[in-house]
Design a protein around this ligand. Sequence first.
Ligand SMILES: *Cc1c(COP(=O)(O)O)cnc(C)c1O
Length: 428
Amino acid sequence: MDDQDYQVSFPVRGSVLDAAELAALTELVGSGQTLSAGSRRTVFERRFAEHVGTRHALSVTSGTVALELAIHLADLRPGDEVVTTPQTFSATIHPLVAHGVRVRFCDVDPASLNIDPTSVEAAVNDRTAAVILVHYGGYPAEMDRIVAAAHRYGAVVIEDCAHALGATWHGRRPGALGDIGCFSFHNSKNITTLGEGGMLTFDRDEWVERIDRIRSNQPDVELGPPRSPGPPPTPLLPWMRFSEEIYGCDYAHVRRPGTNATMSEAAAAVGIVQLDRLAVMTARRRYIANRLDECIGRYAQVRLHHPPAGVGHAYHLYTFFVEAGRATREHLVRELDRRGVEVQLRYFPLHLTPEWRARGHRPGECPVAERLWFDQQINLPCHPAITDAQLDYLVEAVSAALDMTLSPVDSSPPASLVPLTDHTVTPA
Ligand SMILES: *Cc1c(COP(=O)(O)O)cnc(C)c1O
């Protein structure tokens, strides 16, 4: 089926924007104030840090840039190892290609598609510099065991939270569970800063200056000790004195050149409004997911992507698993497509993509991730722009397609269906 023919499709936009975002933009344009690095960015960052529960939140221009900077902060050296998941979008670990490190793909937990804490515990060692994980689809990973395993070896834990805005984990939020969180406000994500944007969240004060320098076109530099008394080896010209600290030092270790990753004021102005709207949009995603779970959970040989008590799913992706095998999954996908329901399969296991195969990674390395992607996973549309009428249609179409392929177990709700967790977060 062509994209435009679907009755219910993946979203053109992942979030809802209306007159409130327009008003924020009108106010900005009329204000005559700066359009770059102004007060709206400061407010957005402060509110974001409060929402996530970290000391700091620094905005950048995309989730990819956030991940690049987080990986940079891990100070990777050739020969280091990085432990990560194969079940994510390629940007999660793309920067590693350039770092000359050994990547250890850990298999995933079949219930969540998140990196399996047991395989993380087995993979970490004294060469491990970082553990990079994703909260797949908005289902938070089992962070206590992962963080404990990483910190035993002094490794930095990087959370890719591109799906996880709105999720909760035992009274806390993704982005505050590891050492550094990376968020995306891309058009497709749970909130957007006018199409592109990203955020880094963390507690460590010493990272603020490093990140701020890089994102504002200065190098990440470690300055040497202050110059010894006496005349400088190279006399400073008058114009150099405005920044004597930098121009007047004898030695500087430049860790990384800077770049411009400044979030625009327009993006930040929209981000503030979107963050206010997040709770309502997350509730809508959960409602849609709950309706789908109720319908799909009535069939044998399916498994829901349903978190345990205390864990609140953000449903960036709605996922379920067909356990009846590859042929049944294919049949179901075709039945859904025929009924105007768009299906996607996210994500092709990363260790089997060309950039990682070229580095020696092979089929069989992560058997669970491979089996689930090739035989079982299905992602259905789930986003706040789905109307009630579309949702009714979606539930009926899914149930009709399942009737064609699987048999119902009984009419009572599935045992795995515990009530959805609320948004409550206990303050740190
Ligand atoms: C979207 C996404 C990114 C990249 O974010 P951008 O803002 O598009 O650069 C990284 N990781 C995951 C898991 C994503 O879904």
